[in-house]
Design a protein around this ligand. Structure first.
Ligand code: ADP
Ligand code: MG
Length: 696
């Protein structure tokens, strides 16, 4: 249960004065549905009103606060809206006018009675050589001077909300911020000279200088640390409970693995052997395995996953392999089938497309234990899927899943299913911590031998004609080619339109050697096209980013990516990983459109200069920051409201250690600091983790 002290913060924003159902939607879009979301919506700038010149010394474009006497009102001629209402003011050194467009006369007369003194503040502009102020931000009587904010926070806005409204909402939300018991380690807090939480959130909303807006400003750093600590603590709790829950020792005897190794046309790499050894140690212990297998595209993760699953089967239990897409699940099933056959292991496929009788048959064979390995998509989560005895679950391309789904799969296994998560996203170490702090990590740092480097080039789209000719030559010498299109980020529909247009043009040139796949096709259609590409019946495949993950056609040696500048580097790296999988020499052409900015150029150059996914990810993180790198919600990466993974890198590793230490000293969060830490978890909506506490 959420502690009562936080109730006001988790009330809907409509609880704040002046926010009704209409504004509620806007605030929800801007920050979120709850009062607390407004607290996290920090200002990004300041307006400094401390400059108080005499009228004779105002400058064009400057924010100024002026003490003036109201001289004369000049309303516009009747029924003429284009002429503004002018109010002349002076201070003895000079005079200027205040300008109001489409204003209500009675309102202006009330605000600025003639012959009265007023304090006004706003931006000065010059019109026909004369100073004026259009729609002053503030007008107050001298006796109310304290109502004039000398320094004002500037918030990010959304259409329909004004700066004043958001400032007021933030102030009202701040008024609800309670004093909370301290969860920070006292020594750490003192060392940084950080304020208390309530003080910090107030200070973060009341910047007095640019320095106060910087990530390292004490108030902001503290809030960022709070958020990182809540993230790390939640992961540490999950991890501890997963471990504590009775695992089951899984001991294979190696007989199935031996059969598979015998039919493999290659030897395992050293990196694969190491990873398998680490997995075996996990499986043999009676703690449950929770391991992340990180390996660049083409590093051979699938085989490692298979070996883990075979151990389960050797010990008399079952295994599951979950993939993020239908194409990938099918490809895994097809790729593993011959190996499983050689080992006498029964493998079945379950995706959303298996329906009716065939689905029921799979389910009943699964429950009876006849099926050893079940390969599938999210369909594996469904309630009617019951294993007889699931001992090992392998999750492929994890960056598409979040912690939540990981836990769901684990619960399928009942007594301590061991989980191996395979990811091809070369996540920088810092980010690994935020998303996978609950897991142990194995890395495949070595690629299978015999791979040739991919020749990557940046090509202006103006040279499209030459690219088409190069593709023609490649096809003539038997190469298979991917041609990836993307028009606009986040728009599936437009991507498809771009791909279809390119498909039309290329078909015109290459006839029926060209195929197309995109996300809006039915799964069966996609499979059919992929099969043709695999068999060589078509040799040029136009695609949207649906081919990004996992697709394996070793004969494909050329990849063209249009609008390469619009992709994330991690994504380009994934895409490029579709070629260079066989022993042939591969080429990747990154087409860019228009002229590239400095950052865009630097990013694409990284792609040209290295194939090391980790270097690419680190560089991309450096150039763009974490938000953009793994920006989408689907990425499974936690999104931070206050912490900036690049700027607060060091805080993250302290938070990691801090969380581990807390788990050692007070694993149930029962002490005084433990109580406060529970509040912290609720404050950042890590409620899920609290369920793992005995008295959660
Ligand atoms: P990823 O890590 O991207 O999932 P895969 O598991 O799909 O990589 O492996 C990529 C390709 O490398 C596959 O064709 C696979 O058969 C092959 N492969 C895997 N291990 C080895 C190895 N030790 N030696 C040579 N080829 C290998
Ligand atoms: Mg793979």
């Amino acid at each position: 249960m959420r502690p009562e002290i936080l109730f006001p913060l988790f009330a809907p924003v409509t609880r704040l004065p002046g926010i009704g159902p209409r504004l509620e939607k806007l605030y929800e879009r801007l920050a979120g549905p709850h009062v607390v979301d407004l607290l996290w919506h920090l200002p990004t700038g300041i307006i400094d009103r401390r400059f108080r010149p005499p009228v004779s010394e105002v400058k064009d474009g400057e924010i100024a606060t002026l003490a003036v006497t109201v001289e004369l009102h000049v309303p516009p001629p009747p029924r003429n809206n284009r002429v503004p209402y002018r109010v002349w003011v002076s201070d003895g050194t000079g005079e200027m006018s205040l300008v109001f467009f489409r204003a209500r006369a009675d309102y202006i007369q009330k605000m600025l009675p003639e012959a009265q003194k007023r304090l006004i503040s706003g931006k000065v502009d010059f019109y026909q050589g004369q100073p004026q102020m259009t729609h002053p931000d503030h007008i107050v009587a001298p006796e109310n001077e304290k109502d004039m904010p000398l320094i004002e926070a500037v918030y990010p806005l959304t259409q329909g909300l004004t700066q004043k409204q958001v400032q007021k909402a933030a102030a009202n939300a701040l008024a609800k911020a309670p004093v909370l018991a301290e969860w920070l380690d006292p020594a750490w807090k003192a060392k940084n000279a950080w304020p208390d939480w309530q003080e910090a959130i107030k200070a973060a909303h009341a910047p007095e200088s640019e320095a106060d807006l910087a990530p390292e400003a004490p108030a902001r750093a503290r809030l960022a640390y709070d958020e990182l600590l809540s993230n790390q603590l939640a992961l540490a709790l999950v991890r501890l409970r997963m471990r504590a829950r009775a695992g089951r020792p899984v001991k294979g005897d190696g007989r199935l693995r031996a059969k598979v190794e015998k039919v493999l046309p290659f030897a395992l790499t050293g990196a694969q052997k190491n990873a398998i050894a680490e997995i075996d140690a996990d499986l043999a212990s009676n703690r449950r395995m929770l391991r992340l297998l990180q390996g660049d595209v083409g590093s051979g993760k699938t085989l490692v996953g298979l070996m883990a699953m075979l151990s389960a089967i050797e010990s008399g239990a079952q295994a599951a392999l979950m993939a993020p897409t239908e194409i990938l699940a099918r490809q895994h099933a097809a790729g593993l089938a011959p190996l499983c056959e050689a080992a006498g292991v029964t493998l079945a496929l379950l995706t959303g497309r298996e329906k009716g009788k065939s689905r029921e048959a799979v389910l009943s064979r699964l429950q009876s234990g006849e099926i050893d390995i079940l390969v599938g998509t999210h369909a594996l989560f469904q309630e009617d899927v019951h294993f007889k005895d699931l001992a090992v679950a392998v999750v492929d391309e994890q960056h598409r899943f979040g912690v939540h789904q990981r836990m769901q799969l684990q619960s399928k296994g009942g007594a301590g299913t061991n989980v191996l998560v395979m990811t091809a996203t070369p996540i920088p170490r810092t980010l690994t911590l935020t998303a996978y702090g609950d897991m142990d990590v194995s890395r495949l740092t070595e690629k299978p031998p015999g791979r040739q480097p991919i020749d990557t080039r940046l090509v202006s789209a103006e040279r499209l004609h030459e690219v088409v000719e190069a593709v023609r030559r490649a096809m003539q010498s038997g190469a298979r080619v991917y041609w990836v299109c993307r028009l606009v980020e986040e728009s599936d529909v437009l991507d498809v339109a771009a791909a279809e247009e390119r498909y039309g043009a290329l078909s015109h040139t290459f006839g029926d050697k060209v195929g197309i796949v995109h996300g809006r096709m039915r799964a069966a259609e996609k499979d059919a096209v992929m099969a043709k590409f695999q068999s060589g019946e078509i040799s040029l495949l136009v695609a949207t980013t649906v081919i990004e993950v996992g697709v394996d056609v070793p004969e494909a040696t050329v990849m063209v990516i249009e609008h390469a500048e619009r992709f994330g580097l991690a994504q380009l790296h994934q895409l490029r990983g579709r070629v260079g999988r066989g022993s042939g020499k591969s080429t990747c052409l990154l087409l860019y459109h228009g002229t590239l900015g400095e950052t865009a150029k630097a990013r694409l150059k990284i792609m040209r200069d290295t194939e090391d996914g980790f270097i690419i990810a680190e560089e991309d993180l450096r150039l763009r920051g974490a938000g953009e790198l793994l920006g989408t919600r689907q990425s499974g990466m936690p999104e931070f409201r206050l912490a900036d993974i690049t700027a607060h890198r060091e805080l993250l590793s302290v938070a990691y250690d801090d969380a581990r230490l807390i788990m050692e000293t007070d694993p149930e969060l029962e002490g005084a600091r433990g109580e406060a830490l529970r509040t912290l978890l609720y404050l950042f909506e890590r409620d899920e983790a609290i369920r793992y506490l005995r008295s959660g």
